[in-house]
Design a protein around this ligand. Structure first.
Ligand SMILES: Nc1ncnc2c1ncn2[C@@H]1O[C@H](COP(=O)(O)OP(=O)(O)OP(=O)(O)O)[C@@H](O)[C@H]1O
Ligand SMILES: [Mg+2]
Length: 361
């Protein structure tokens, strides 16, 4: 914003400091003047003669003028120095803000000293910079990972096309088949990314949904996958009302149940899906057997494109977006997502959403 030039705060503080000093001095001298006039007789006997009051007042006036001048100089000088010292932290804060607007988010003010208003402002600002920096880094990582994942199917398609072009004896049917599957994977990935960004923008309509129905639906859809892997899926829970997007919440449930099936013990795994109603929240919990995981490793799993253990004994080719989507959808519904490793192996994932207000609807 372009503003008309004005007085600096330092100058304003200096002027008001000097002004108040002059005012106080003036009042004091005025009081002396007043009492002199009132109580001193016209002529006073002093040793060696008579002193007229007018002379005394004249002397007083010139002394008062000198004192006021001194006060003015003192007020201006002292005020300038004091105001400068008071406002010094502000300069540091302004410099840091300017740096941040140029895109350098790593700089911190780190104002030393005890707590006061300026230090509070500086600390809040530092905290904001830190969060902003982490957020920007996360976005960059996300963009790099997304581009990398999208490039892979494109590169595979190109290789397939090159082979088909240079080798006329190649079985075109097989090439087409592989091109088709690679293409489908690319579309799925793009759609997943779109879903993620839509959930992040919270641009969806909210309605009443029953989490227990969603859990049953997800379990039913994924039953063939569970059977193929020899994993049993159990669902339990009464009506669990929540407010949100049925599509997104079904996606969330499906991702969790799919993870619980896929990242499980092959041939003998179990999955438990349950829903419950608390005093202020409703909870969807998905628990599964599996490999033992450390809490530290579990805490990183919700990051986009994060894949856990290298898949040696599974053929599941996920990109690592499932839990990132769950997290985004949970946050878009003002809920909390918790992942806890089970001591016997596998993990327990809970999604806690605010319970809907009572009333019809
Ligand atoms: N229920 C679970 N039990 C054990 N490990 C899990 C579970 N869910 C997720 N993980 C671990 O967390 C990682 C990230 O999960 P996420 O769902 O984000 O990605 P993915 O399943 O690998 O791929 P995608 O879901 O995109 O197909 C997985 O690779 C897996 O190692
Ligand atoms: Mg997954």
């Amino acid at each position: 914003m372009d503003r008309a030039p004005g007085l600096s705060v330092r100058l304003k503080l200096t002027l008001s400091y000097a002004g108040f000093l002059m005012l106080a001095g003036g009042l004091l001298l005025g009081a002396v003047w007043f009492f002199t006039l009132r109580h001193l007789p016209e002529f006073t006997n002093v040793p060696g003669g008579v002193l007229p009051r007018s002379i005394l007042l004249r002397d007083l006036a010139s002394a008062a003028g000198a004192v006021l001048l001194l006060l003015l100089m003192f007020g201006l000088g002292g005020g300038w120095i004091l105001a400068g010292r008071m406002l010094a932290p502000l300069t540091r804060i302004t410099d840091a803000t300017r740096l941040a607007t140029t895109g350098s988010l790593s700089h911190r003010i780190r104002l030393p000293g005890r707590a006061d208003e300026f230090r509070e402002l500086a600390d809040v600002f530092d905290g904001m910079l830190e969060r902003l920096e982490a957020h920007v880094a996360e976005q960059r990582r996300f963009a790099a990972n997304a581009s990398h994942e999208l490039r892979t199917p494109l590169a595979i398609s190109k290789a397939l096309l090159d082979v088909a072009r240079t080798d006329p004896d190649r079985d075109i049917g097989e090439v087409l088949e592989r091109l088709h599957s690679v293409n489908t994977r690319a579309i799925d990935l793009t759609e997943t990314l779109l879903l993620l960004s839509r959930a992040e923008q919270r641009s969806f309509t909210r309605e009443r949904v029953d989490l227990s129905l969603l859990a049953e639906e997800a379990a039913e859809t994924l039953l063939p996958l569970a059977e193929k892997r020899g994993v049993t899926v159990e669902t339990s829970g009464d009506i669990t009302p929540a407010i949100g997007s049925p599509t997104l919440l079904l996606q969330l449930t499906t991702n969790l149940v799919q993870n619980a099936i896929v990242h499980n013990l092959p041939g003998q795994g179990s999955v438990w899906v349950s829903t419950s109603v608390g005093p202020t929240t409703v909870v969807l919990a998905v628990e599964n057997t599996g490999e033992r995981l450390s809490p530290r490793m579990v805490s990183t799993l919700t990051e986009p494109f994060r894949r856990g253990t290298e898949r040696i004994h599974t053929d599941h080719a996920g990109v690592g977006l499932g839990l990132a989507i769950v997290k985004t959808i949970t946050h878009a519904h003002d809920g909390t997502l918790t992942l806890t490793p089970r001591s016997a192996g596998g993990i327990r994932v809970t999604v806690e959403l605010p319970a809907p207000m009572h009333g019809p609807g």
